[in-house]
Design a protein around this ligand. Structure first.
Ligand code: GDG
Length: 733
């Protein structure tokens, strides 16, 4: 049975009004509210968020009751909370950095951060009042980056999805934030982290790999207790609503009026919230240049510009507003004639019907943000063009430009391109407009907001199933007994044992991690039983394995399978090339030179850069950079990059422990097969093992192995049991 769904966002999808001491609330029709409407209003489901205004304590109960009718649950915030957490940290630190505005004047106030933490905690408390194991929580946006981990800590058995509506910046930008680690750790409380674009997703996973000790395999981040998936889910709109609006009586009336006002005139529409990320000033500049360089457009073209008031108590926004006023004033005073004003500028919001009429009538939509997570306005314009005409000009910095590829795509910093593209749009023949708009509409209608919700929720369920399938069980007393019993009944057995991190602990000096007496005894006794074949399968070079284990009757596999000792002789995998090493070695050397304590290990078919002795933090940082560099230069070279425990290794793609395991199992009839390992090269071993084998991961419960143990001591105890406990209990062997 699945539990309920809880949506969490900074603001509730509701407008609260107070008149003469009486509060009333009405649902608002934002994009998110439309998309999630069918979700939060169902059954026990609920939407949690701030009601948008400060409510005095003695009225909070009443508001809570009112909102409950709408399936909403409020988080009450004080004025101070809002100014520090929302205006200070969310909009003063996260918003600019995430939109690539890193100012040298940025101030990172500790008190803003303190409130950000506290308010996220307040949200967590409200979520925890209603959430239960088995429920699904879907958290939205940059104001709540810490919330996933806060909920996870109290309630490990919930599904948590997170969606970021704004861009996730590249590493160099994200790196600037003093609390960058805490922010990532907060997000990694989620099971699924969604972004508008593939780039944002990659920026996030790279930040995790570089700043935290996590293993990354494409878009999957492995944490010790579970894996987290990051993915792109481009958000859509309710396209039918926008198409239907154009047919409504009210909108038709407004369309008629607009057509009357702008008869013989071509209109360019621009709609944004007041924000420096939206490129409003640059757009005005482009329009001014268009008029200056193309006098034929005078009295023929109008820029209809709506700027919706937003955050204008913040000095920066107020300044932007003043700048826009000035620029509009300049353009109008420069070009205005008796019958014509080039810019029709409105600093206010309009009812959706007016917006719809503008979308339906504007010949061109000029949407040129400097950075935008998605930009829904561009999609709304397309959805409103039911006659398949009109031209969309779209900035390549908007997430929507990845999908709306039939728009005219511009770089908003390139003024020549901007003006040339506006001309191209104004002059575009009807057939071209139609063929482009048909394709745009198809896209907007297929990937609509319902589709977005369905795909996100579906993926979250899949991630949960994936986690479940990888969740291994601890080898407790009962399991150990069962394993020993199984062992006792069999007579042709094979053991695949990894070395570092499995049979011996991690040592800062690679050559100090040599086998001790106790380990020799265990291995010798285990291998002395003629029914047992013991394979040590390691990433170490063959010379080292020979030195340590050459004298005991075990099979040795070195260098992750590149070398094997069969019948007393070391043999390498046939037809492997090692020419690539001369290209990669210099890169590793640069990193070794720049990173005190790190060193390079050369094996026959691989090169490894070790950073176990590097100052903590620096090693991880350099490792991330190295992986990025290597990805770039190893593409198409048939090489694999393996980030291991304090090591980055590069080797031929053909080398893989799993392949070696398969080769050793081939044609043999083992009735007992066991594999133990600790890092992700051992995952290949686990996957290659036969169905009924015993696979054991060391130190983590998220693995393809069936069971896990905590540490090397537990591995040794388990192996020791085959030698002492099994015979002692008369179980045979
Ligand atoms: C954030 C991200 C991402 C605008 N003027 C009026 C009005 N609007 C509505 C539009 C549209 C919405 O506001 C604006 O959405 P955007 O997506 O364009 O931009 P942000 O507000 O910055 O949204 C953005 C989005 O989250 C979703 O993930 O796309 O990148 O920054 O729906 O129609 N609505 C009415 N009157 C107006 O005057 N009624």
């Amino acid at each position: 049975m699945t539990g309920k769904t809880i949506i969490v966002s900074n603001r509730l999808p509701v407008k609260i009004q107070e008149k003469d001491g009486v509060y009333s609330s009405s649902a608002s029709e934002g994009g998110l509210a439309t998309g999630l409407g069918s979700v939060y209003q169902e059954g026990e489901n609920v939407w949690i968020g701030w009601p948008g205004t400060e409510i005095v304590p003695d009225r909070q109960e009443e508001i809570t009751a009112q909102l409950a009718e709408l399936s909403l649950l409020p988080v009450f915030l004080s004025q101070e909370d809002i100014s520090e957490y929302y205006e200070g940290f969310s909009n003063g630190v996260l918003w600019p950095i995430f939109h690539y505005y890193a100012s040298i004047y940025s101030t990172y106030k500790q008190s803003n951060w303190g409130f950000y933490q506290q308010v996220n905690q307040k949200f967590a408390e409200v979520v925890l009042q209603v959430a239960q194991p088995g429920d699904t929580v879907w958290i939205h946006d940059y104001q709540l980056l810490l919330l996933p981990a806060l909920i996870r800590a109290q309630l490990p058995d919930v599904s948590i999805g997170f969606f970021l509506h704004i861009p996730f910046p590249s590493f160099q930008l994200f790196h600037l934030i003093p609390w960058r680690r805490e922010l990532l750790e907060g997000l990694l409380g989620a099971d699924l982290v969604g972004f508008h674009t593939f780039d944002d997703m990659q920026h996030f996973t790279q930040a995790c790999a570089r700043l935290l000790h996590v293993n990354l395999s494409s878009n999957i981040i492995s944490l010790p207790d579970r894996l987290v998936v990051a993915e792109a889910f481009p958000m859509g709109i309710d396209e039918q609503k926008y198409a239907a609006l154009t047919e409504s009586k009210e909108v038709k009336e407004e369309i008629k009026q607009l057509k009357g006002i702008f008869a013989n005139m071509r209109t360019i529409l621009s709609v944004d919230r007041l924000d420096y990320s939206k490129g409003i000033l640059q757009r005005l500049q482009a329009f001014e240049e268009l008029l200056r360089n193309n006098p034929e457009y005078q009295e023929k073209v109008v820029l209809y510009m709506i700027v919706v008031p937003s955050r204008d108590t913040v000095p920066q926004y107020k300044h932007l507003r003043d700048e826009i006023d000035k620029r509009v004033g300049n353009i109008n005073s420069l070009f205005r004639t008796l019958n014509w004003s080039p810019v029709h500028y409105f600093y206010r919001s309009f009812p959706i019907e007016t917006l719809s009429a503008l979308y339906a009538t504007a010949n061109v939509a000029l949407i040129t943000p400097m950075r935008d997570g998605m930009n829904l306005v561009s999609k709304e314009y397309v959805a409103s063009r039911t006659q398949n005409n009109g031209v969309l000009i779209l900035s390549e910095m908007a997430g929507s430009s990845r999908e709306l590829i039939d728009a005219l795509i511009v770089n908003p910093n390139n003024m020549n391109m901007m003006t040339a593209t506006i001309r191209q749009a104004l002059e575009m023949p009807a057939e071209e407009q139609e063929s482009r708009m048909i394709k745009l509409r198809k896209n907007v209608s297929k990937f609509n907001v319902k589709h977005w919700v369905r795909i996100f929720m579906g993926r979250l369920r899949e991630v949960k199933e994936l986690q479940q399938s990888l969740r291994t069980r601890y080898v407790g007393e009962l399991t150990t007994k069962a394993i020993y019993k199984f062992y006792a009944k069999t007579s042709n057995r094979i053991f695949f044992l990894d070395y570092d991190g499995t049979l011996v602990g991690f040592n800062a000096e690679i050559n100090k991690a040599s086998p001790d007496e106790k380990l020799y005894r265990i291995l010798q006794n285990l291998a002395a039983n003629p029914s047992n074949k013991v394979v040590i399968i390691s990433g170490r070079d063959y010379q080292t394995l020979e030195k340590w284990f050459g004298h005991i009757p075990v099979t040795l596999v070195a260098d992750h399978g590149a070398w094997q000792k069969l019948d007393g002789h070391w043999e390498s995998m046939p037809a492997l090339d090692a020419q690539w090493k001369k290209n990669i070695q210099p890169v590793l050397e640069i990193f070794a030179d720049r990173t005190p304590g790190s060193f390079i290990e050369e094996k026959t078919y691989s090169l490894a850069w070790h950073y176990r002795n590097v100052e903590s933090g620096l090693g991880e940082l350099r490792a991330g950079e190295l992986v990025d560099n290597l990805r770039f230069i190893t593409a198409d070279q048939g090489l694999q990059i393996l980030p291991g425990n304090k090591v980055i290794e590069v080797k031929n793609i053909e080398i893989n422990k799993g392949k070696t395991v398969l080769a050793l199992l081939q044609g043999q009839q083992y009735d007992f097969a066991m594999a133990i390992g600790d890092d992700h090269t051992d995952e290949d071993t686990f996957k290659a093992m036969p169905e009924n084998s015993v696979t054991i991961k060391v130190g983590s419960n998220s693995s393809a192995a069936k069971y896990y143990v905590n540490d090397v001591e537990e591995v040794r105890d388990l192996l020791q049991g085959f030698i002492t406990i099994v015979p002692a209990q008369g179980l045979g062997g």
